[in-house]
Ligand binder design. Structure first.
Ligand SMILES: [Zn+2]
Length: 324
C-alpha cells in the first residue's frame, strides 16, 4: 500500500521511546517556592484557602527551610506580613522588619539558597494598595522612591534577587538606580513585567494580608483582555534594565509566556499563582482529579510555552515527585 498518511505513533510506542523524544522537562532547579513570614514565635498558620501553605514565624521558618533545602529546591520568594502597617508601608524598608530578619536568617543558615525578595508595599500598607495614596489615587513617582528604599534594604538583608511586583511605571529603573547607588550593582531585578489585575490572586491576599481596603488594582495592574499591552510593559522593563521577566498569573495567561519568549531573550518566569494552586488542591481533596498528573502537566505546559522557571506553591510536592 502506498503511504497515504504519517505514522506519528512510532515515537510513542514505549515509555523508553517517549522518554527519548520528550521535548520539555520540569527540573527541581526550575522551581521557586514562595514563603510568608509573620512576626511572633511558634506560628505555623495554614492558609485556609491554600492547604499545605503556611504563614511562618522565624523559628518555624528555620525548620521549613531545612525541609526545602533537603528537597533540593534552590530558590525561595519572600513575602513579609508585618503586624504594624501604615499609609506609607514603613515596614517594607525598615532594615529590622520581619522580611529583612527572615532573609538574614535564611542566608546565614543556607548561604547557597537563592533568596528572592518580593518588592512591593501592599503587604505593608494599611490601605493594602501597592503604593502611596493621594486623594484616593495610587501616586506613581512618589511610590518609586519607597520601592528603591525597599530594594536597598532587602539587598542589605541578603536578598540575591529583587522582584518588584507593584506595576508602577518606571519601577525597574528606579530600583536599578537605587541599588547601584547603594553598591548593589551585582543584584539582578526579576520584574513582574506582565502582571494582570486578576481574580486568581484571591487566596494569596489571605496569605499576605494584602487585600485593598478600597477600590481595586486596575489602575496599575493590566487588563486581562490585553496581550499587546503586555509586550509594551515588558519592553519598558527590558529597556530599564530588568534581568528576568515574570508573567503573572501563569495558567490563564500562558500565551503571554510564549509571546515574551518569542520577543525577548531574558529568562522568563511563570508565576503559578494562589488560586491555580487552590483549585487543584480543592479538586484533589475531593478525589476528582489526579493531583500529581494535573500539576506536572501544568508545569511542563509553562516550560513548553517558554518559561525557564516557575514560581509555584506546588514546589515541595513536585520536588518529592521528581525525586522518586
Ligand atoms: Zn503589591
Amino acid at each position: 500500500m502506498a503511504q497515504t498518511f504519517d505514522r506519528h505513533r512510532r515515537l510513542r510506542k514505549s515509555a523508553a521511546m517517549r522518554n527519548l523524544v520528550r521535548e520539555n522537562h520540569v527540573r527541581v532547579e526550575d522551581l521557586i517556592y514562595p514563603l510568608f513570614v509573620v512576626e511572633g514565635t511558634g506560628i505555623k498558620n495554614e492558609i485556609p484557602s491554600m492547604p499545605g501553605v503556611y504563614q511562618l514565624s522565624l523559628d518555624t521558618l528555620a525548620e521549613e527551610m531545612k525541609e526545602i533545602v533537603a528537597l533540593g529546591i534552590q530558590a525561595v520568594l519572600m513575602f513579609g506580613v508585618p503586624t504594624h502597617k501604615d499609609a506609607c508601608g514603613t515596614e517594607a524598608y525598615n532594615d529590622d522588619a520581619i522580611t529583612q530578619q527572615a532573609m538574614r536568617l535564611i542566608k546565614e543558615a543556607h548561604p547557597e539558597m537563592i533568596v528572592i525578595a518580593d518588592t512591593c508595599l501592599c503587604e505593608y500598607t494599611d490601605h493594602g494598595h501597592c503604593g502611596v495614596i493621594h486623594e484616593g489615587e495610587v501616586v506613581n513617582d512618589e511610590t518609586l522612591k519607597l520601592l528603591g528604599q525597599t530594594a536597598v534594604s532587602q539587598a542589605k538583608a541578603g536578598a540575591d534577587i529583587i522582584a518588584p511586583s507593584n506595576m508602577m511605571d518606571g519601577f525597574v529603573i528606579a530600583i536599578r538606580e537605587a541599588l547601584d547607588e547603594a553598591g548593589f550593582e551585582h543584584i539582578p531585578i526579576m520584574s513582574y513585567a506582565v502582571k494582570y489585575a486578576s481574580a486568581f490572586y484571591g487566596p494569596f491576599r489571605d496569605a499576605a494580608g494584602s487585600t485593598p481596603q478600597f477600590g481595586d488594582r486596575k489602575s496599575y495592574q493590566m487588563d486581562a483582555a490585553n496581550a499587546r499591552e503586555g509586550l509594551r510593559e515588558a519592553a519598558s522593563d527590558v529597556k530599564e534594565g530588568a534581568d528576568f521577566l515574570i508573567v503573572k498569573p501563569g495558567l490563564a495567561f500562558m500565551d503571554m509566556v510564549l509571546r515574551l519568549r518569542e520577543n525577548f531573550n531574558l529568562p522568563i518566569v511563570a508565576y503559578n499563582v494562589s488560586a491555580e494552586y487552590s483549585m487543584v488542591k480543592a479538586a484533589a481533596l475531593n478525589g476528582w482529579i489526579d493531583e500529581e498528573r494535573i500539576v506536572m502537566e501544568t508545569l511542563v505546559g509553562f516550560k513548553r510555552a517558554g518559561a525557564d522557571m516557575i514560581i509555584t506553591y506546588h514546589a515541595k510536592d513536585v520536588a518529592k515527585w521528581l525525586a522518586r
